[in-house]
Design a protein around this ligand. Structure first.
Ligand code: GRF
Length: 209
C-alpha cells in the first residue's frame, strides 16, 4: 500500500478528501505523516483527530528556507513516504527536496494550468479575466512554480452570478474528487513521466508490467 506524506498550510479540506477516500475504500493508501509550515492550522487538527503523525516546520524556526525544507524532507524520509502530496501547501518547495523526491511530489492548483498559474489568486484571476471555464490541475512538482508536467485536470464552469466565493467552492469540490483519483493512479503504479508529458497506463497494461 502506498504511503503518503501530505504537506499542508491551512484548512486541509483536500487532506480530508484524501482521508475520506481511504476510509470509504476508494483509495488504497495510508497517510503516513502530515507536515505543515504553519502551527495551529485546521489541517493539523484533522490529522490529530485521526491519530495521524504530524510535524510543524515553521520558517521562523530555521535560519534558511533551505534548512526548513530540509527538515520537511527528513520528516518525509523518516516516515518512508512513497508519494508527497502538496495539498494547499503555500510555498515553493526547495529544489533540494524536489530533486530528492523526483517525480514523486504532486500539487493541486485551482485553475486549468497553464492559465492562472504562478500565485495564490488563481480563482479571482480567472473570474476577473472573464473565462467561462476554469477548474483544477494536479501536476508533478518541479522547481518551476505551477509548471510541472500535468497529470490530470477537471473543468468547472464559471456561472453568470459567480463571485470569488461561489466559484472557489465549486473549484474546491472538483479538487476533492480529482486529487484522490490521481493518488489512486499512483497507488496502482499507473503514472509515468516522460519529459513534460505524463502518461497514464490503463489498468490492464499496468497489470501486465
Ligand atoms: C486549494 O484550493 C488548492 O488548490 C490550493 O490551496 C487550496 C488548499 O485548500 N493549492 P485546503 O487547505 O485543502 O482546504
Amino acid at each position: 500500500m502506498i504511503r503518503l506524506g501530505v504537506l499542508v498550510s491551512g484548512l486541509g479540506t483536500n487532506l480530508q478528501a484524501i482521508l475520506d477516500s481511504i476510509t470509504s475504500g476508494n483509495l488504497r493508501a495510508s497517510v503516513a505523516v502530515v507536515v505543515s509550515n504553519h502551527a495551529g492550522v485546521r489541517a493539523l487538527d484533522r490529522a490529530a483527530e485521526l491519530g495521524i503523525p504530524f510535524r510543524v516546520r515553521e520558517r521562523d524556526d530555521f535560519e534558511t528556507r533551505r534548512a526548513q525544507h530540509g527538515a520537511i524532507a527528513t520528516d518525509l524520509a523518516e516516515f518512508q513516504v512513497d508519494l508527497v502530496v502538496c495539498a494547499g501547501f503555500d510555498r515553493i518547495l526547495h529544489s533540494d527536496v524536489v530533486r530528492r523526491f523526483e517525480h514523486r511530489i504532486i500539487n493541486i492548483h485551482p485553475s486549468l494550468l497553464p492559465a492562472f498559474g504562478g500565485g495564490l489568486h488563481a480563482v479571482s484571476d480567472a473570474l476577473a479575466h472573464g473565462v467561462k471555464l476554469t477548474g483544477c490541475t494536479v501536476h508533478i512538482v518541479t522547481d518551476q512554480l505551477d509548471a510541472g508536467p500535468i497529470i490530470a485536470q477537471a473543468a468547472v464552469p464559471v456561472l453568470e452570478n459567480d463571485d470569488v466565493q461561489s466559484l472557489a467552492a465549486r473549484v474546491k469540490a472538483a479538487e476533492h474528487t480529482l486529487l484522490p483519483q490521481v493518488i489512486a493512479l499512483f497507488s496502482e503504479g499507473r503514472v509515468t513521466v516522460d519529459g513534460q508529458r505524463v502518461h497514464i497506463l490503463d489498468p490492464i497494461s499496468s497489470r501486465l508490467n
